[in-house]
Ligand binder design. Structure first.
Ligand code: MG
Length: 262
């Protein structure tokens, strides 16, 4: 599977990324006290389908023997890190940190992004966790340029977060994306001496996604066999964008859903 996308493919990915960002923004706006996670999920799905895009997580299987993922969004709340399915009986409560992760297929290619919503007033350390996780993603993508290394991304994220004593989840990492939901290379959000040394090349399309906790980095899989949560029950935050590597930096394919620019 080639890691380099053509300019024509990157143009399609950008069109799909704009549709995806719009769907995510609508889902974020729908994260209000009392909303069911299923209702939020429907809003995201309808938003992308109205633009000719299709959810890329709905029906996704980790392998042929695994069950299909049941929703458009992954909705992961509080100590949940990623991969929580949307379910009708689950509602949003005041003080929740709601991680929304979503991907879409558009013109044969897929993009991937995530954001964490703060619902109502929360303890200052929870708000800082969400803001610092977002900032660490900005640091990670700012380290990208052709000729650099995949490891530059994780180093920048780690350097931003380590002094603040957060946990950086290690079992899940960023990844290539485009022809498939998950492609090579794996992109750790920390310095990993065991990771293969891979150079960044113009045209690589990458999903960068720090998953950060107020406690330790260890995670568990919950009984639904999908949801990944912190082992120590500490709160978690997750932000993700899809970018294309350029000669001098990166091209943001999925615009930030919460504000203009970075
Ligand atoms: Mg991803």
């Amino acid at each position: 599977m080639p890691m380099i996308k053509t300019p024509e493919e990157i143009k399609k990915l950008h069109e799909g990324g704009v549709i995806l960002s719009c769907a995510l923004r609508k889902a974020m706006d729908a994260c209000v006290v009392g909303a069911s996670t299923e209702a939020i999920d429907v809003i995201a799905r309808q938003s992308m389908e109205a633009e000719g895009a299709m959810p890329s997580f709905l029906g996704y299987r980790i392998s042929a023997s695994n069950p299909a993922f049941p929703s458009t969004l992954c909705i992961s709340i509080n100590d949940e890190v990623v991969h929580g399915p949307a379910i009708p009986s689950r509602t949003i409560a005041v003080g929740d940190l709601v991680g929304l992760d979503v991907g879409c297929w558009y013109r044969g290619l897929t993009t991937d992004m995530a954001a964490t919503v703060i619902v109502g007033s929360v303890m200052p350390e929870k708000r800082r966790l969400v803001e610092d996780t977002r900032e660490s993603l900005v640091c990670g993508i700012s380290a990208i340029k052709a000729g650099g290394w995949i490891s530059d991304i994780g180093a920048a994220i780690e350097d931003h977060l380590k002094p603040k004593k957060y946990g950086i989840v290690r079992e899940m990492v960023g990844h290539g994306v485009g022809y498939k939901v998950h492609e090579e290379p794996a992109i750790p959000n920390y310095r990993d001496p065991r990771a293969p040394r891979i150079q960044l090349e113009e045209g690589m399309v990458l999903a960068i996604e720090p998953m950060i906790t107020l406690g330790g980095w260890r995670v568990i899989v919950k009984d639904d066999n999908w949801t990944i949560a912190t082992r120590d029950h500490s709160f978690a935050a997750h932000w993700e964008v899809t970018i294309a590597v350029t000669k001098d930096g990166y091209d943001l394919l999925t615009p930030w859903p919460d504000r203009e620019g970075i």
